[in-house]
Design a protein around this ligand. Structure first.
Ligand code: NDP
Length: 330
């Protein structure tokens, strides 16, 4: 079994020296446990937070130990009732080829119902993030103008499309390349999109949303957040889902300088954590499934092959190499 360990806590952008791919023995599952051969691993921006020592909503990764992450694999040995050899499970023992895990932390998934990697993305954690963040936390209403950053990524691409399908009057996205911008408009049905690297976000947003925005789904923070506050309409809602533009900062980024606009607009900014919304999972799958089948909701994956490239895939997410969910296939 090969698995990725965190050796030192990255300062600023993580470097390959902060990690090591380590050979270990596979542990035989005890009672109530299963041994899983991982097939798909998830790499996600939030993992950068767990590489730092600061305590957050989850504990930091431990130094010298294997990291965790979402994974889907096939059970090859089982000491647990209700899970048989050959079953596929979603679990949290990622960053490794084989995982011995408590069955209570594994969820059976059906490889016939959807491709296995979908349980990490469009039907999984990132999909639920988009669904719950937009519909519950932002309380999307028909006729809203919605702006989402990181719009070609796993969460953002689903936010924009769900907004469209739920009756938003105008959907605007930002992303980091012209190809991604084209994809948003031509394939995902965004009404407008712009490349945030091509000019000031506030100007590009004003041009794309001349009548302002009612909802901003923030995946990025920084300049994007300030621009969104600047374009916010009366009663506007901002959901802070992620702030990837600051995850590798060594000093705190300056705050939005225009917060006073919230007084005039009675605007609301609210933090969001997907873990608080797992109750919506069945409803989410029920609603999203038909949209995927009918082609009304599209998604992409960027697939990197091999456990040895797991780390590089993670770096790729931070750099923006991915379109849609970044997946590692073993
Ligand atoms: P993505 O698939 O969106 O991948 C991350 C993307 O971020 C990259 O592809 C890149 O795209 C973009 N990016 C990187 N650096 C910057 C930057 N400086 N400015 C603007 N964009 C940047 O990842 P996810 O969909 O998994 O996650 C999206 C966001 O949602 C993240 O902030 C993540 O932390 C957050 N999240 C929060 C959850 C919660 O419960 N609160 C749950 C899941 C995710 P580009 O080429 O466009 O720059």
């Amino acid at each position: 079994n090969r698995e990725w360990h965190l050796l030192s806590r990255p300062v600023g952008w993580p470097k390959p020296e902060d990690f090591a791919l380590v050979e270990t023995e596979v542990r035989t599952p005890g009672e109530g446990q299963v041994l899983v051969r991982n097939k798909y691993l998830s790499v996600d921006p939030y993992m950068r937070g767990r590489m730092s020592a600061a305590k957050s909503y989850t504990d930091p990764f431990e130094l010298g130990k294997v990291m965790q992450g979402g994974a889907v694999g096939e059970v090859v040995e089982s000491g647990a009732e209700g899970i048989a050899v050959g079953d596929h499970v979603l679990h949290f023992g990622g960053w490794r080829e084989y995982a011995t895990i408590d069955a209570k932390h594994a969820v059976k998934v059906d490889p016939e119902a959807a491709p296995l990697s979908a349980y990490l993305g469009v039907l999984g954690m990132t999909g639920l993030t988009a669904y719950a963040g937009l519909l519950r936390t932002a309380a999307l209403k028909e006729g809203d103008t919605v702006f989402v950053s990181g719009a070609a990524g796993a969460v953002g691409s689903q936010v924009g499309q769900i907004a469209r399908l739920k009756g938003a009057s105008r959907v605007i996205g930002s992303a980091g390349s012209d190809d991604k911008v084209k994809l948003l408009v031509e394939e995902y049905g965004f009404d407008a999109a712009f490349n945030y690297k091509s000019g000031p976000v506030s100007e590009q947003l004003r041009a794309a949303a001349p009548d302002g925005i009612d909802v901003y789904f923030d995946n990025v923070g920084g300049e994007h957040l300030e621009a969104a506050i600047g374009s916010l309409n009366q009663g506007g809602r901002i959901v802070v889902c992620g702030m990837i533009s600051v995850y590798n900062n060594t000093e705190a980024a300056p705050g939005p300088r225009n917060l006073a606009r919230l007084i005039q607009t009675r605007g609301r900014i609210e933090g969001f954590l997907v873990g608080d919304h797992f109750d919506l999972q069945p409803q989410f799958v029920q609603e999203i499934g038909p949209w995927i089948r009918s082609g009304e909701l599209k998604h992409r994956e960027t697939v990197v092959e091999g456990i040895e490239n797991n780390l590089e895939a993670f770096f790729g997410v931070l750099r923006g190499d991915n379109t849609g969910k970044m997946i590692v296939k073993l």
